[in-house]
Design a binder for this molecule. Structure first.
Ligand SMILES: Cc1ncc(COP(=O)(O)O)c(C=O)c1O
Length: 320
C-alpha cells in the first residue's frame, strides 16, 4: 500500500523518453558507513538509465553533435569506452535512432559488453596490451581508442571522443554541480571524485568553486597510479575500472584540485562491501574508492568537525 507521504512524492509528469531519466539524481547520506566526524553525502549517479555517471556526458555530446550537424539523423555513432560511456550512448542512440559501435578493452567486465549488446550496440572487443581481466591500463584504453578511430573512418560514423569532447566537463558544470549545491542548500566543504576523462571532477569542482571558492576539491587516484599527484606511475593495473589511466587527462585544470587522495585495491573492495551491506548500495569500485577517500578526508582533521563532504556513486555494482 502506498502511504500518503509516499504518494505525495511521486512525480506527476511523464518522462518523454529514457533520455529524460538522466540527471536530477538523489543525494544520499552515508551515515551508516561514516557516522562522523562531519557528514558524507553521495550523488546517486548509478540510478540513471545507463547505470552510471556517464549518461550525462553521452546525452550532452550527442545532442551537441546533432544540433551543429556533426551527427546527421540515423548516422552511426562510434566510441571507445570502459563500458559506462558506451551504455549511456546506447541509451541515447536507441532513443534518437542511431546505430552504435563501441570498442571495449577485453579487460573490462563482460557484464558491460552484455549490457551494450542488449541495448542494441555492436561491441568490438580489443585485446589487452598490458592489463589483465578486471584491470584495464592506459595502454589498453589507447588500443581501444585506436580501434574506435579506425571503425569511425570505416563506417563514416561520428567519433564521440569523450576524452576531448568539451561537452563532458560542461554538462557536469551546468547540471551535476548546481544540483549538488542546491541539494546541500549551499552547505558543502569538500568535493571528492575519481578521474577518468575528468569531466565529473572538473565540471562539479568548477560549479562549486564559482559559488564558494573555499570548497576543497580532492581527486581520487588508485594507489601506485598517481599522475595527478605528480608521481611516476608504479602500478598501472588496479581495480578502479573507468578511472586512473596513468596520465593527466586532456582537459585537466590543476587549479581546480586542492589535493589528490590515493585508494588501494583492498580499500576499494572493503568499502564496496561496506556500502552494500550497511547502506544497501551495490556500486562499483570507483564509487567505493570515492567514499573511502571522502571518509578519510573527513577523519583527517583537515576540515571542520561538522564539515559536509560530497562524492559520487559512479556506477552500479551489477556491471562487475
Ligand atoms: C566506473 C566509472 N567511474 C568513474 C568514471 C570517471 O568519470 P569521468 O570520465 O567523468 O572522469 C568513469 C568513466 O568512465 C567510470 O566508468
Amino acid at each position: 500500500m502506498i502511504t500518503r507521504a509516499e504518494s505525495a512524492t511521486v512525480p506527476s509528469i511523464i518522462a518523454a523518453s529514457a533520455l529524460d531519466l538522466i540527471g536530477r539524481t538523489p543525494l544520499i547520506a552515508l551515515d551508516r558507513v561514516h557516522p562522523g566526524p562531519g557528514r558524507l553525502l553521495a550523488k546517486a549517479e548509478f540510478m540513471q538509465p545507463g547505470g552510471s555517471v556517464k549518461d550525462r556526458a553521452a546525452r550532452a555530446i550527442l545532442r551537441a553533435a546533432r544540433a551543429d550537424g556533426r551527427l546527421a539523423p540515423a548516422a552511426p555513432v562510434v566510441e571507445m569506452s570502459s563500458g559506462n560511456m558506451g551504455a549511456g550512448l546506447a541509451v541515447a542512440c536507441a532513443t534518437l535512432g542511431h546505430p552504435l559501435v563501441v570498442t571495449l578493452s577485453a579487460g573490462n567486465s563482460p557484464q558491460r559488453a552484455r549490457m551494450l549488446e542488449a541495448l542494441g550496440a555492436e561491441v568490438v572487443l580489443v585485446k589487452q596490451v598490458d592489463g589483465v581481466p578486471g584491470q584495464v591500463t592506459g595502454a589498453d584504453v589507447a588500443a581501444a581508442a585506436e580501434a574506435a578511430r579506425h571503425a569511425a573512418r570505416q563506417r563514416g560514423g561520428f567519433y564521440v571522443d569523450q576524452f576531448h569532447a568539451p561537452e563532458g566537463v560542461a554538462i557536469h558544470r551546468d547540471t551535476t554541480g548546481p544540483e549538488i549545491w542546491a541539494q546541500c542548500g549551499g552547505r558543502i566543504e569538500a568535493w571528492v571524485a575519481s578521474v577518468g576523462t575528468g569531466a565529473t571532477f572538473l565540471g562539479v569542482a568548477a560549479a562549486l568553486r564559482a559559488r564558494n571558492p573555499h570548497v576543497l576539491c580532492a581527486a581520487v587516484e588508485p594507489e601506485g597510479c598517481r599522475p595527478l599527484a605528480g608521481e611516476p606511475v608504479a602500478k598501472p593495473r588496479h581495480v578502479l575500472q573507468g578511472t586512473g589511466y596513468g596520465s593527466v587527462p586532456p582537459h585537466w585544470d590543476p587549479g581546480l584540485m586542492d589535493l589528490a587522495l590515493a585508494v588501494s585495491d583492498d580499500e576499494a573492495a572493503h568499502w564496496r562491501r561496506l556500502l552494500a551491506t550497511r547502506e544497501g548500495l551495490h556500486v562499483g569500485y570507483s564509487a567505493a574508492a570515492n567514499v573511502c577517500a571522502a571518509a578519510s578526508l573527513l577523519a583527517s582533521g583537515r576540515l571542520p568537525a561538522d564539515a559536509i563532504a560530497v562524492t559520487v556513486l559512479c556506477d552500479t555494482g551489477l556491471k562487475y
